[in-house]
Write a protein that binds this ligand. Structure first.
Ligand code: FDA
Length: 308
């Protein structure tokens, strides 16, 4: 990992830096590039605009790691409200959530219980729910909960990070069960024994995992793959592979709000759906710092505004 990115990711976990950076007015202006606002209304307005441009959305209220059952219940209630709102507004959209917000730090049973309530409501409303993947310590419990939920619910998906050395084995299990998988590179600070340190290895593994999840066996098992990247070369490789295999469904592209808009537009003109992941909310600091770390050029943009 680039040393600047490593420092930014470290800062994303620091309360002192959070207080300092959040208080700068310039931070708000840069955050607006990646987030339509802090309220669900802001996300809905952005979603309507994106839908009108022919793309679907996934709504993600930012926030992580609750430490009491009350907080986990509150987060569950907020997710349920989002589902209702998606239906009321007739958005072409689904929802992404984080198990740490549903109480995963309090126990697998707490998070699983809350998730099950959310999935039951989502199923009645006909809305797909994606479980985001967090740092490596959460991968085992997240996959365990995902496998459990799939016994009861069909429209639920999980995320695999290509920077993790273990992901190839995880993908094999997910292919066998015909899972719905969003493939990403990975956004957290991980040690080199757990995650590839070299970006070229992360990219190569992304391609390997993507190829596996659109091969014949995976397709026959009903794997639904979301290729979630702004890496144009990988998007083009996915398109080539899908066309060579005659794949017409079960594949979509996903990108983050405000990032690589030209690629979003180009992909939307192609044969597969494009979904834009919209984050919003007040607890944006760690999320924002991960976006800065992904692309040190964003830091330049930030510093330029700061100097201005
Ligand atoms: P890469 O970092 O190689 O970037 C490719 C190109 O995209 C760059 O050259 C640049 O032009 C552009 N780009 C990338 N990031 C940018 C940024 N922040 N600002 C401006 N330009 C940028 N991670 C995770 O660990 N768990 C998760 O659940 C998710 N969920 C998720 C959903 C969706 C829809 C997306 C698109 C991504 C995630 N991620 C994630 C984040 C993911 O792991 C990864 O950090 C980012 O997607 C950036 O990596 P790229 O694949 O875009 O490639």
């Amino acid at each position: 990992m680039n040393p600047i990115s490593a420092v930014i990711l470290k800062m994303s976990e620091s309360a002192t830096w959070q207080r300092r950076i959040s208080s700068w007015r310039v931070t708000r202006r840069v955050v607006e590039r990646f987030m339509p606002g802090e309220r669900l209304d802001d996300a809905v307005t952005a979603a309507q605009r994106i839908n009108a441009d022919g793309m679907s959305v996934s709504l993600n209220p930012v926030g992580e790691h609750v430490h009491s059952r009350d907080e986990a219940d509150e987060a569950t209630g907020a997710y349920l409200q989002i589902l209702q709102r998606i239906r009321e507004e007739q958005l072409d959209g689904n929802m992404s959530l984080k198990l740490s917000l549903l109480g995963l730090d309090l126990g697998v049973d707490v998070a699983a219980g809350n998730l099950s309530r959310i999935l039951a409501t989502a199923a009645t409303l006909g809305i797909f729910v994606r479980i985001d993947m967090e740092s490596s310590a959460y991968v085992d419990p997240t996959l365990e909960i995902y496998r459990d939920m799939r016994r009861e619910f069909d429209d639920v998906g999980v995320v695999i990070q290509s920077y993790l050395r273990r992901s190839e084995q995880d993908v094999e299990k997910l292919v066998a069960m015909g899972a719905a998988v969003r493939l990403v590179k990975g956004a957290y600070k991980e040690p080199p024994d757990i995650a590839f340190a070299d970006k070229a290895d992360v990219d190569r593994n992304f391609e390997r995992l993507m190829t596996r999840m659109i091969d014949e066996e995976a397709q026959a098992n009903g794997v639904r793959l979301a290729v979630a990247t702004h890496d144009r070369a990988l998007v083009e490789k996915a398109l080539t592979q899908a066309s060579q295999r005659g794949i017409e469904q079960g594949l979509e592209f996903q990108m983050l709000y405000g990032i690589a808009r030209d690629l979003q537009r180009d992909a939307a003109a192609g044969p597969f759906p494009v979904r834009i992941y919209i984050s919003y909310g007040e607890a944006w600091y760690p999320w924002f710092m991960r976006r800065l770390a992904e692309r040190p050029a964003n830091l330049g943009f930030f510093l330029k505004h700061l100097a201005g």
